[in-house]
Design a protein around this ligand. Structure first.
Ligand SMILES: Nc1ncnc2c1ncn2[C@@H]1O[C@H](COP(=O)(O)OP(=O)(O)OC[C@H]2O[C@@H]([n+]3cccc(C(=O)O)c3)[C@H](O)[C@@H]2O)[C@@H](O)[C@H]1O
Ligand SMILES: Nc1ncnc2c1ncn2[C@@H]1O[C@H](COP(=O)(O)OP(=O)(O)OP(=O)(O)O)[C@@H](O)[C@H]1O
Ligand SMILES: NC(=O)CC[C@H](N)C(=O)O
Length: 560
């Protein structure tokens, strides 16, 4: 019977906002089956997943391996057979092999078979994306048929340009369904809505947007799936930062009988600091869980970076999975000892003390002949930082938790950190957070406990940790501002030079700060590239994070 004759007058679609683990096809399939069972219990006709949901986004070079594609195909064929049970059909994202090459695809599974394949047309190849490297682009998409409906399926980047949606509309799409692996950054949810509204407006079609949630290496996915009407109004919104199965009801309405979704109450939108804090917790939690660490350990100095890193770790993993170590030297102040102890107490974590003075003495003795006649300088300061790094790595080797690195974006920008010292570790949760934001997030967390947190209510660090001048305490009376511009100025200039891509003259004009200060920051930024290449990964939250997003040569003789 022709599909049009089967045309339904209402349909129930479930949006499956899932947190897959990249590469875990069997585990992701298990979760998809569980979601389908839940959807079946609610009378769902079609379950819609996120981009490459079976393998997880972003799979990078994994999809170049034939065994991976074979495993994805076997899993898909098994799931397709299961849809003969009369339960919901499934629209699932997966890498797929076609005669033209390896593609980023969406497969419609219904009535025991694969009934449609849609291929991603626009492969993003900028910023953190490298899809041209591993996939062949498909032609402009045409609708897939489901119970007489023409589903206008697009995959992520395809929604960011007008042609795919227009092509689907020209081929009779009843509404648009977009499957996404769209990572979080500040401002991303606004961008998504702008593009979704543009496509809905141009085609006069409603649009369903399904995104992944969870952390994957440096990327974190906020979910935030939604449905908008052709008028651009948000009818349905899934929560951010959590897995969700959202059941939606659709019917042709209005004078022209266009398919629309029945509106639902929407979750409370998150504020700026709350959103960033969630991103950091989810990014760290999933890195630790998906790489199967029992927990984390970190140096707790009494300073704000390690205090905030510890708070995030406790909120994400629970106090019993976070271990802190105070490693005093002769330069450590009584204030720092008190503040580290107070942080640990407030967070409910164990604080161990391991004095690094014996290591400093041992190195001084070992190096004395080689250093004869030379005055102490930065070398000895870095040895302190390295003694701490070595101690933490030894504890990690012996006991199993991953070392949490505490460096922030301001320090990473200008190289204000010791290679193989405080830069050592597996993951740097604050890597993309400027120091001024570290202060703001600390104040925010002291004032409220985030929803879903495994940490305590109430303040997590003494006020003094936030208000005292930052110091590395590697020599008497040292302050960060002896070597760096004040953080409010430094961060303003860095944001202009990095995210704003401004030149020195423009950054000086826009910040109203002296050009020689901006030149100094620009020089430090360039010189520190070698350190950043050796830095641990961390959660991307800004428009331009270090790592895959910003690739400058280390050896770089371009003047200015
Ligand atoms: N282009 C390049 N490619 C590869 N390697 C390069 C390099 N340039 C230098 N190097 C190597 O790197 C070494 C210099 O780097 P490194 O040993 O790290 O030392 P360095 O950058 O000279 O000093 C560390 C800086 O970080 C500050 N710090 C340390 C610890 C904590 C904090 C804090 O407040 O959080 C701040 C400290 O006050 C100092 O300003 C050189 O001796 C050389 O071996
Ligand atoms: N006395 C210490 N005991 C334990 N860890 C330390 C100590 N000093 C430094 N560290 C570790 O090294 C990291 C870099 O610390 P440092 O004090 O040099 O600068 P910072 O960037 O101001 O960090 P923080 O604000 O946490 O002090 C700290 O975050 C901490 O993890
Ligand atoms: N997976 C993708 O195609 C992501 C690209 C897209 N522009 C986004 O970040 O939302």
């Amino acid at each position: 019977m022709p599909q049009e004759d089967l045309m339904v007058d209402k349909i129930r679609l479930a949006l499956w906002q899932s947190n897959p683990t990249v590469g875990d096809i069997a585990g992701n399939l298990r979760k998809l089956r569980a979601a389908r069972t839940m959807a079946a219990a609610q009378g769902v006709d079609l379950l819609v997943g996120s981009e490459l949901g079976l393998l997880g986004y972003a799979p990078e070079d994994l999809v170049l391996r034939d065994v991976v594609l074979d495993a994805a195909r076997d899993a898909l064929e098994a799931l397709a057979r299961e849809t003969a049970d009369g339960g919901p059909a499934v629209l699932v994202g997966t890498p797929w092999r076609l005669p033209e090459g390896r593609v980023n695809a969406a497969l419609l599974l219904q009535e025991g078979r694969i009934s449609g394949v849609v291929v991603k047309h626009r492969l993003p190849n900028y910023g953190v994306f490298d899809e041209m490297r591993v996939f062949t682009p498909g032609p402009l998409p045409v609708p897939v048929l489901f119970r007489g409906l023409r589903l206008g399926v697009m995959i992520c980047e395809d929604m960011w340009y007008p042609e795919p949606a227009r092509h689907l509309k020209d081929h009779g799409a009843d509404f648009l369904v977009v499957m996404n692996g769209s990572p979080f950054d500040l401002g991303k949810s606004g961008d998504r809505l702008t593009h979704a509204r543009a496509r809905a407006g141009e085609t006069a079609l409603s649009l369903m947007y399904v995104n992944q949630v969870g952390g994957q290496d440096e990327l974190v996915f906020d979910g935030g799936s939604f449905v908008i009407g052709a008028d651009g109004d948000v009818d349905v919104a899934a929560p951010q930062w959590d897995e969700a199965l959202v059941v939606t009801d659709w019917a042709p309405t209005g004078p022209v009988k266009s398919w629309q979704c029945v509106p639902q109450p929407r979750p409370r939108p998150l504020g700026r600091w709350e959103e960033i804090y969630h991103a950091l917790c989810v990014g760290l939690r999933d890195y630790v869980e998906k790489n199967r660490f029992p927990g984390v350990l970190l140096g707790l100095s009494g300073g704000v970076d390690s205090a905030l890193s510890a708070a995030i770790a406790v909120d994400a993993l629970g106090p019993e999975r976070v271990r802190a170590v105070m490693m005093p030297s002769p330069y450590t102040s009584a204030e720092s000892l008190e503040d580290a102890a107070a942080c640990a107490r407030l967070l409910g974590i164990e604080l161990e003390t391991i004095d690094i003075t014996p290591a400093m003495t041992a190195f001084a003795t070992m190096l004395a002949p080689a250093f004869a006649g030379r005055a102490p300088d930065l070398t000895e300061e870095n040895i302190q930082s390295r003694a701490r790094g070595l101690t933490l790595m030894a504890l990690s080797n012996k006991l199993g938790p991953m070392v949490l690195s505490t460096g922030n974006k301001s320090e990473m920008s200008v190289g204000y950190a010791t290679l193989y010292g405080d830069m050592c570790g597996g993951f740097a949760v604050l890597k993309d957070v400027y120091k001024t934001s570290v202060f703001a997030l600390s104040r925010w967390r002291n004032a409220q406990r985030p929803e879903g947190s495994l940490g305590p209510a109430g303040p997590v660090m003494p006020e003094r940790v936030i208000t005292k001048p930052p110091s590395a305490e590697l020599r008497p009376d040292q302050k960060d501002e002896d070597s760096l511009p004040p953080y409010d100025q430094l961060d303003q200039v860095l944001q202009l030079l990095i995210e704003g891509q401004a030149g020195v003259v423009e950054a000086s004009q826009r910040s109203k700060l002296p050009q020689d200060l901006v030149e100094r920051v620009w020089a430090m930024l360039g010189r520190a590239e070698y350190k950043r290449r050796q830095a641990p990964p961390g959660v991307k939250i800004t428009r331009l994070a270090f790592g895959r997003d910003r690739r400058y040569p280390i050896t770089n003789a371009f003047p200015g």
